[in-house]
Design a protein around this ligand. Sequence first.
Ligand code: TYD
Ligand code: MG
Length: 454
Amino acid sequence: MAKKESTVYFCNECGFESSKWMGQCPACKAWNTFVEEKVEKKAGMSGHRKHDITDSMPVSFDEINTQSEERTVTGIGELDRVLGGGIVSGSLTLVGGDPGIGKSTLLLQVCKKLSDAGKNVLYVSGEESLRQIKLRAVRIGEMKNNLKLLCETNLGTIEEVIKRTGPDAVVIDSIQTMYDEEIGSAPGSVSQVREATAIFMRIAKELGVSVFIVGHVTKEGTVAGPRVLEHMVDTVLYFEGDRHASYRILRGVKNRFGSTNEIGVFEMKNDGLSEVLNPSEYMLNGKPEDSSGSIVSCSMEGTRPLLVEIQALVSRTGFGFPRRQSAGSDTNRLNLLIAVLEKRLNIPMSDQDAYVNIAGGIKITEPAIDLGIVLAVISSYRNKAIDDKTVAFGEVGLSGEVRAVSLAVSRVNEAKKLGFNTCIVPYGCLESLKEIKGIKIIGVKNIAQAIDLI
Ligand code: TYD
Ligand code: MG
């Protein structure tokens, strides 16, 4: 076959391809992410190169068997929840996350669970030696013999091994170390990572094997990040959390077989990751008593309510320009809420710095915590503590109104379960909360009413 070599430029963030270098990626708007790659391809090659044209036939809907979407429950409840009820056979799942966050540990635990259930599992590592994997396995527990390990980075060899041994599930750790001999560029480059993913996609679909691939998130941009292949795989899970804290959050970002906003909460212990069954309790651990600038709010993570402590610190600014910073929530949203306070309640904030932190290090994007943020900021500004047993949630609009949020019932029930005795909720949600007994529910129409309460 004829070989052709060409130079192309790829965005390391999103995989955008261009024939010339650019300072800013037109697709994802990231700066300085273009890298040069020599692509040497045999004509007509791609992930589906061994495809036989004659076996392609169009089918009608009646001929498609939907019963075949078989799921295997892993037994790790938090993971099953994020996957939408277990691993779908023949699916390709990407597990992304910062180095050292626990991706290999999680997947080795999945392998253990599956092999304990009698499945044949293959764990392919291109990063660690067999000895290193064994040392990790020893911490996690005893492994069955139907879990096989392979240290290999050559895609051709891995494909052969999978075809020969026919495992039910395969873990590839990590996609950035895999390479295809027929591509000129180095492992970890955009073209290699894409080709490798295409090959695993084909293996997963043709053989019905569930494939998990690990992808490191990189900031330096020397290797292609998982974003490059998000669109190619069936499911994308991100493993996040503060490396210095022990809890980890597994978040579904894309899922062709289920909902995407579920999270799983884990704690890294000495013997691997363990599930956190009551994340609210976990997040509220260590909440200070009688301290100003702190209130509990409730966010929905998928179908699950999560109580979090919102902390605010408001202090006189040292420079001409006030600083606003937010950890765990959106800083622009904080700026907006402070502007609402200034304009609607005439609270002078222009000479005050404001810092907001969601305790526990979790990131929350839901606007339902707006009311919590406003109350925490006011509490810190006035230096007056809010009652410990109060939960507040609601979205704050630009006129200072408190707007209704979804699933208020679950939120209030969660607060009640954890021993809170008062809930400040949007007035618009009161109707749906009539039935709940045993907790005081106060509906507010605007932030002024909410502030009067505390
Ligand atoms: P690892 O799974 O290697 O991370 P990744 O594959 O995402 O790079 O795990 C990294 C950290 O987890 C490492 O610093 C050690 C720690 N760890 C524990 O605390 N307990 C354990 O049982 C294991 C296996 C690892
Ligand atoms: Mg690893």
